[in-house]
Design a protein around this ligand. Structure first.
Ligand SMILES: Cc1cc2nc3c(=O)[nH]c(=O)nc-3n(C[C@H](O)[C@H](O)[C@H](O)COP(=O)(O)O)c2cc1C
Length: 214
């Protein structure tokens, strides 16, 4: 495959470092609202990069579930490959790409498990069958012989926990929060002279911004 003659010009918007809001959370909210109103499918899907002690980066999509005052939260299996990486190295990066807006947002920071009670609250709000799915996929990222093994496990769980019963919150499942240390907003522009503004926190926890070469 050769894509060298495939090129788009990005001309939908611009980002001026001199007029961005003081808080990156304000800008993130504006951009997320615009992604939602532009009907970007799953704008809260983000690529999550982790790197364990083997120094080999891994990346996969997870769903942003909450933006707090300090960072972003997603949910997963703590025994997964990503969970293992995070155990070994608490630095992570998350990336949103909103094609329809010609934008990417790149978030980097420290990652840590959220409170178990908060995870349980969210788990109990999920649809019944998704709750069972979390139990089926244990340990997530482990090898399974075939699909039948998973379907049998799911069918047994449906018997053990009928629709009107409470599915226990697994100890191996819950949220992680990436506490934002830097966040970069990228707006595609014509001729590959894109706009990039990165926010980082100074020693007094004030946000400062820089424009970066594209
Ligand atoms: C659109 C989409 C959304 C996903 N959301 C999640 C999620 O929120 N949590 C999760 O653990 N995995 C999610 N996955 C699956 C992950 O990409 C990945 O396959 C899984 O978490 C195992 O990753 P790991 O082996 O690197 O730990 C999603 C995949 C896609 C394509």
């Amino acid at each position: 495959m050769d894509f060298t003659d495939q090129r788009l010009s990005y001309e939908q918007g611009q980002l001026d470092q001199r007029s961005v809001p003081d808080s990156p959370f304000t800008l993130f909210k504006t951009w997320m609202d615009e992604a939602l109103s532009k009907k970007v499918k799953e704008p809260y899907a983000m690529s999550l990069a982790t790197c364990g002690a083997d120094n080999k980066p891994s990346v996969r999509i997870v769903l942003l579930r909450e933006v707090t005052e300090t960072g972003i939260i997603f949910y997963t299996n703590y025994d997964s490959a990503k969970g293992q990486d995070i155990e070994e190295n608490p630095n992570a990066e998350a990336l949103f790409f909103w094609n329809e807006l010609e934008r990417q947002v790149r978030i980097s920071g420290h990652i840590a498990k959220i409170d178990a009670d908060k995870s349980a609250d969210y788990f109990q709000k999920r649809p019944h069958d998704s709750q069972l799915g979390a139990w089926v996929s244990q340990p997530q990222s482990g090898e399974v012989a075939n699909r039948e093994v998973m379907e049998d496990k799911f069918a047994q769980l449906k018997v053990d926990y009928p629709e009107d019963t409470t599915v226990p919150t697994p100890e191996f499942w819950g949220g992680y929060e990436i506490t934002i240390e830097t966040i970069e907003f990228w707006q595609g522009r014509a001729n590959r002279v894109h706009d990039r503004v990165v926010y980082s926190q100074d020693d007094h926890e004030q946000w400062t911004t820089k424009r970066l070469l594209p």
